[in-house]
Design a protein around this ligand. Structure first.
Ligand code: SF4
Length: 102
């Protein structure tokens, strides 16, 4: 999840100067159209795609592991908040010892 935000910030940082320069070559009436399309196409849409991919890759961990029923499991980050470790389908970081029901 952090990488989605990180790359969103990077894309925003790259897009702003490009738009800043680009608007000088367009008539005023097209600025908002260009900015809206660029923000959606370069920042929002890739973030949505990355998020969907993230959910798809972690679907089994979120739905079908011991951690998914534990109160320390943070679904949005696929993270054990007690140990600060990412559980996987094969690995339960605490081996079930720290598990507590939601
Ligand atoms: S405490 Fe154990 S069972 Fe609970 S989320 Fe963390 S690793 Fe998973």
């Amino acid at each position: 999840m952090g990488s989605i935000i990180f790359w969103g910030i990077i894309r925003t940082a790259v897009l702003i100067p490009i738009l800043w320069l680009g608007v000088n070559y367009l008539e005023f009436q097209y600025w908002w159209l260009l900015i809206t399309m660029a923000v959606y196409g370069v920042i929002i849409h890739p973030a949505i795609i990355q998020y969907q991919r993230f959910i798809e890759q972690n679907k089994e961990v979120i739905l079908d592991t011991l951690c998914s029923s534990c109160k320390y499991f943070e679904e949005t980050a696929v993270l054990c908040t007690k140990l600060d470790v990412h559980p996987t389908r094969e690995t339960i970081p605490c081996d079930g010892i720290e598990w507590e029901p939601k």
